[in-house]
Design a protein around this ligand. Sequence first.
Ligand SMILES: Nc1ncnc2c1ncn2[C@@H]1O[C@H](COP(=O)(O)OP(=O)(O)OP(=O)(O)O)[C@@H](O)[C@H]1O
Ligand SMILES: Cc1ncc(CO)c(N)n1
Length: 305
Amino acid sequence: MNISLNKQQHPPEPSRQAPLVPAAATIAGSDSGGGAGIQADLKTFQELGVFGASALTAVTAQNTLGVHGVHPIPPSMVTAQIDAVAEDIGPAAWKTGMLFSAEIIEAVADRASFYKWSRLVVDPVMIAKGGASLLQENAVQALRSLLLPLAQVVTPNIPEAEALTGMRIEAMADRKEAARRIHAWGVKYVVLKGGHGGNRAQSLDLLYDGRVFTEFAAPWIETRHTHGTGCTFAAALTAGLASGLPMDEGVLLAKRFIQAALTNPLNLGAGHGPTNHWGYNRQGTAGVFFQTAPAAAGEGEGWLR
Ligand SMILES: Nc1ncnc2c1ncn2[C@@H]1O[C@H](COP(=O)(O)OP(=O)(O)OP(=O)(O)O)[C@@H](O)[C@H]1O
Ligand SMILES: Cc1ncc(CO)c(N)n1
């Protein structure tokens, strides 16, 4: 029998039938330990009923104790993966995670504007939990000037927001000022995550749409199993947007998902263990509070669901 590995002469006819599930794609690095990066994204998509596609930006040798090595993918290969997914699968939402270099950011921004993605979630990954750098220093500027203006939403943690804006963030007023500055670069929504906020009573995330601040708060969970919380949170938001949720409901879904994923740890690894991606569907979660600010006179304040 003759087996030919040659490329097909004609691309297969794309299906004209409506897909049974929404699709989303992640442009991110591989975490060999399975708790963060592309692995966390795809597991989260799957748990939330969304088909996951991917474009790999880097391979990391990594576990719960640290990052042992980083091998970036050539930018042209990142572009080729995005084109392959965009032209055939047509995801309803895209997410970026570890992008590593200014060259990869340029390639991704080029594709984002070419395909005019309306639902693009940018998680500005910079440093792994153990302290290893996942974004070269000279790439922060590229992220800010090339990618953020094309994003629907950006999800920095506090150190990332500090690196992007160059300001110190301590009080709530600083968080709001940072969100305002980031929003001014053209991104439609900013979610400033509070996992690094130093408040051991609650974890509070702030959504800013250029007009109103919405707070999403949940009880703080004392655990060392926090590897990949940022990736998982942004992936859940991406899945929500791919499923047609408006931004505030997408953030609420993400907050509930990460709360459940932190609640029942899997006890894997000796360091920062992975979160439990099954938690949301197996255990569910309660106690995520939301309020719009200014919260004066109780306007728009309350339990969302
Ligand atoms: N111990 C905790 N208890 C409750 N919620 C938490 C805790 N740690 C993080 N979160 C929540 O998890 C989400 C991710 O936040 P975080 O600020 O930790 O992201 P990150 O630093 O980008 O994660 P990573 O280190 O994986 O990149 C946010 O919704 C945050 O409020
Ligand atoms: C590949 C990868 N992406 C993102 C993070 C951030 O958690 C990580 N540790 N590794």
